[in-house]
Ligand binder design. Structure first.
Ligand code: SER
Length: 889
């Protein structure tokens, strides 16, 4: 039975039993704790926790969820069952049926005959496990279903208690195994052998909430869920493996074609006794699919997070193929093959084929550039390590491979293992940290003028700044530190550039993309102009200022004043950034993940991961949705809450960002936009004023940037555009509406006129040919026309004239050699008559000769050749050389 049909039967079975069929969610959800969706229940988590009411009429649902788990990547191809991408078919009950319903439903699908919509598995081959003290489940299996007691086994926390590995819903589970027969391992049920007995379905009786701790059992149960729920997950690939009678998941119908393609591409053989090669083939099949599916969901290769996983998968494929004997590029072939097999189940692949291939091949080319030299470098390092009598590759060598040759550390680890070596990972990590610190310091240095952070340490530790700027624009504060020229000082005076540290401040320090406030610090007659505010650590505010009047001492009480105009603009721009983000995701979908942003009064830019250029229509739609949201006067609310709560609200967070346990949520118009954000915002969206989207552009490897103006800046922009249009309209004497048509018409006329001029010029040139013929001279047996034509004659015209003059020479052994100066270039051409060619002269040879004098190159046919050089001073000597050459013959 094909995988596609296994899926269909699953869905049908549960729809018949009243479940709502829910499509697979994207592999990428907004959850900073989760790289990829890794279980069917992930999108349903709020329903289990009782935070949201499930929107399914009967309170039950079924889905076939795309999942990625890369924790076991090393196992791929070695065991029979580890796929990094797999499809988890599941049924879910939110407070409806519980253990008995789940067990009956699963059993009937597995064992019902094929013609009744089931999978027709032999009940005698099925084994089940239950959690240690779960007598209720054991009883249902034995007495309601009729599984003999000896095929019901009990397992502990590690195996039969399921949670997401993090605090959240959990419960005991019961697993169903299929006995593949004695040729696959020893007797004794799943407890004895989990290769022979293949786990195919996990039924989780979701009833509790777990706290912090280890994934496998080392956590406490901290509460009960409001209702008893069911979450099950059947491994589609594993069922396919059984129903298709193949040895392992890599040989099922969706993956096997990639192995076959790899056999063709590499010339190596599969399943003919070379175990290492077999693993490589399976790695290629598995990773090709995973890479393809995560590119489909919008990931592009990078050195972090999801992008790093993708990079690692793609590079592993390329390396495996090389080890199997491939010499050229392979990813296009593999991507095409896997897309063919996967499209029937995932039709959205069809319109993304080109993009998927492009992303994969770009990465392949980047890697190929360094693969050979990197491998060479690795081998040198490995040999040196061994001859030094150790078995540990140094951290700096691993770091060099990463930094210079683009070898993901996991690749180095793998290669080291193959060579019987280890890698000094502590030293490698230290090098990476040092590099990160350097990059950070670089960035900071640009902002902070290269200041040693140790200067601030005491304040950071002892008495950081209290920020009151969400509600106040003016506030008293005490000067707790002054810094000048990189040193702590006790006082500062007029004209000096200083850094001021206050115990309390209303001034916003740059973070979350929003630039620091501008404003003043005042006391009595003393005034400091604050031109930037930066944070040191998370809590120390550093005001960068110039003393305009008076002086300041440490310990003085001052008032810090935010420039209200600056803040007004900053709030507008920051709230506009959130609106654009929300609009962008409405238009492009959830794969357009934020990659960074910057906003300051009147202006914002927003970077996001997306490989396609946005169309004009998409940009217009984003602009419209944004401005409609402004017009709708949506309320902007901020809520301080726990990270858990914020995620339950659906708040968008940046992946990889380190949020504290308390976070601030900015919500605009209820569900329209909910983000984790510490910035300053307007109270109502209408206060932003118009938002003018300027355009979008690429900012390198898979990221794009939208730029926009907000508030009065938009107005100024529109006014300028309107004025420009008016002046053009006046100049062209046409209404503004008709400008595009008018300009198109003018451009068309200009183009026609240029063509006409070109034709006339050529005619004129050719008409001078007769004159040139008159300048013919004799060079030995040859009639030669060797001339420098007027400046500005291009290569094409020169050739036309040369050919024309040659015709006029008539049936004699004749040669025409012409040169000219056109801009920076020296075009030249040589034409030879039939008789000339007959006498052994080749235009190409003469062109080469001439080229030598004008620093140029050229070539062509024996009767006509041309070239281009760069040294006009050599023309005369070059033509003379041609004449001498002919005379000599
Ligand atoms: N959540 C369980 C699993 O992932 C069952 O769906 O195994």
């Amino acid at each position: 039975m094909q995988t596609h049909e296994i899926r269909q039967r699953f869905t049908q079975h549960f729809v018949n039993a009243g479940h709502t069929a829910v499509p697979s969610a994207s592999l990428i959800l907004d959850d900073p704790t989760l790289l990829f969706v890794n279980a069917g229940m992930v999108p349903f988590k709020p329903y289990f926790l009782g935070q949201q009411t499930p929107p399914f009429p009967g309170g039950t649902a079924t889905s076939i969820q795309k999942c990625v788990r890369t924790l076991d990547i090393e196992e791929v191809g070695i065991t029979t069952r580890h796929n990094t991408f797999f499809q988890m078919a599941g049924n879910f009950s939110f407070g409806q049926y519980f253990k008995e319903g789940a067990i009956k439903n699963a059993w009937s699908l597995l064992t019902n005959p094929l013609d009744e919509g089931g999978y027709g598995l032999d009940p005698e081959r099925l084994w089940v496990t239950v959690f240690l003290d779960d007598d209720e489940a054991a009883d249902i299996w034995e007495h309601t279903i009729g599984v003999p007691a000896e095929r019901i086994q009990r397992m502990g926390m590690e195996d039969n208690f399921w949670s997401m590995g993090i605090p959240g819903p959990c419960g005991p589970c019961s697993e169903i195994y299929y006995d593949r027969g004695p040729e696959h391992g020893k007797d004794g049920g799943p407890i004895a052998d989990d290769t022979r007995y293949l786990e195919i379905w996990n039924l989780v009786f979701m009833e509790s909430i777990r706290g912090d701790g280890d994934k496998k059992g080392g956590f406490d149960i901290v509460g009960e869920l409001p209702k008893k729920n069911i979450d099950t997950g059947m491994g589609v690939e594993r069922v396919a493996c059984i129903l298709q009678g193949v040895d392992n998941v890599y040989e099922t119908d969706l993956l096997r074609p990639v192995i076959d393609r790899a056999v063709e591409v590499t010339g190596a053989r599969y399943n003919e006794g070379n175990a290492d090669d077999d693993v490589r083939f399976r790695v290629i099949a598995d990773h090709s699919r995973t890479a393809m599916m995560i590119i489909l969901d919008g990931v592009t290769p990078s050195n972090e997070g999801r992008g790093y996983i993708l990079r690692r998968l793609l590079r592993r494929i390329v390396r495996s193929a090389r080890l199997l004997g491939a010499s050229g590029e392979v990813l296009e072939e593999f991507m095409n093959t896997i897309m063919d097999t996967m499209t029937p189940s995932f039709p959205e692949i069809a319109e993304n084929r080109e993009r998927i291939v492009r992303v994969a091949v770009t990465e392949e080319r980047a890697f190929m550039k360094t693969l050979v030299s990197g491998t060479h470098r690795f081998e040198e390092a490995a040999a040196a390590t061994k001859s030094a009598g150790t078995s540990k590759l140094s951290g700096s060598q691993a770091f060099e491979l990463h930094d210079t040759y683009g070898f993901p550390i996991d690749l180095t680890l793998e290669m080291a293992r193959e060579a019987g070596l280890e890698v000094d990972m502590d030293a490698f990590d230290a090098e990476m940290q040092a590099q990160r610190a350097r990059a950070k310091a670089d960035n900071k240095a640009k902002k902070q003028g290269n200041i040693d952070e140790s200067l601030y340490r005491e304040w950071v530790d002892a008495s950081p700044t209290e920020f009151v700027g969400y509600t106040e624009l003016n506030h008293p504060g005490k000067v707790i530190g002054l810094i000048r020229g990189g040193e702590r000082v006790g006082e500062v005076s007029q004209g000096q550039d200083v850094e001021v540290i206050l115990d309390v401040t209303p001034m916003y320090a740059e973070s979350g993309g929003q630039l620091g406030d501008r404003g003043r610090i005042v006391v009595g007659d003393t005034v400091l102009d604050v031109h930037d505010v930066q944070k040191v650590g998370k809590k120390l505010w550093v005001h960068k200022a110039t003393v305009r009047d008076g002086g300041l001492d440490v310990g003085q009480l001052v008032t810090a004043e935010v420039d209200p105009t600056w803040r007004h603009g900053a709030r507008q721009a920051h709230t506009a950034t959130h609106l654009i983000h929300a609009a962008l995701r409405q238009v492009l979908g959830p794969t357009a993940v934020q990659a960074g942003s910057m906003n300051k009064p009147g202006y914002l830019r927003f970077d996001f991961n997306y490989t396609e250029q946005l169309s004009d229509a998409q940009l217009r739609e984003i602009t419209t949705i944004t401005n409609e949201a402004v017009d709708a006067d949506l309320a902007v609310n901020t809520i301080e809450t726990s990270l858990e709560e914020a995620k339950a609200m659906g708040a968008m967070a940046l992946f990889g960002e380190n949020y504290g346990s308390e976070v601030r949520v900015v919500e605009i118009g209820g569900p329209f936009s909910i983000e984790l954000c510490g910035g300053t915002h307007v109270g109502h969206s209408s206060q932003i004023g118009p938002v003018a989207v300027l355009g979008e552009s690429s900012v390198g490897s898979g990221a794009r940037r939208i730029e926009a103006y907000a508030g009065m800046e938009s107005f100024r922009y529109f006014s300028k555009e309107a004025a420009l249009a008016s002046s053009l309209a006046a100049e062209l004497k046409t209404p503004t509406d008709e400008l595009p048509a008018r300009i198109a018409q003018l451009t068309e006329r200009l183009r026609a006129a240029e063509k006409e001029i070109e034709a006339l010029n050529r005619q004129q040139l050719v008409s001078q040919s007769a004159q040139y013929v008159a300048k013919a001279q004799q060079a030995g047996q040859f009639t030669l026309v060797a001339l420098t034509l007027a400046e500005g004659i291009g290569a094409a015209d020169l050739r036309t004239v040369a050919a024309d003059v040659r015709e006029r020479l008539g049936a004699v052994p004749g040669v025409v050699a012409l040169a000219s100066v056109s801009g920076e270039k020296v075009p030249f051409a040589v034409a030879v008559t039939t008789e000339g060619v007959g006498a052994g002269v080749k235009a190409g040879d003469l062109v080469k000769l001439l080229g030598g004098y004008v620093d140029g190159k050229g070539g062509g046919k024996p009767d006509l050749a041309q070239g281009s050089g760069s040294n006009p001073a050599g023309i005369d000597a070059g033509l003379a050389a041609v004449r001498d050459e002919l005379t000599r013959r």
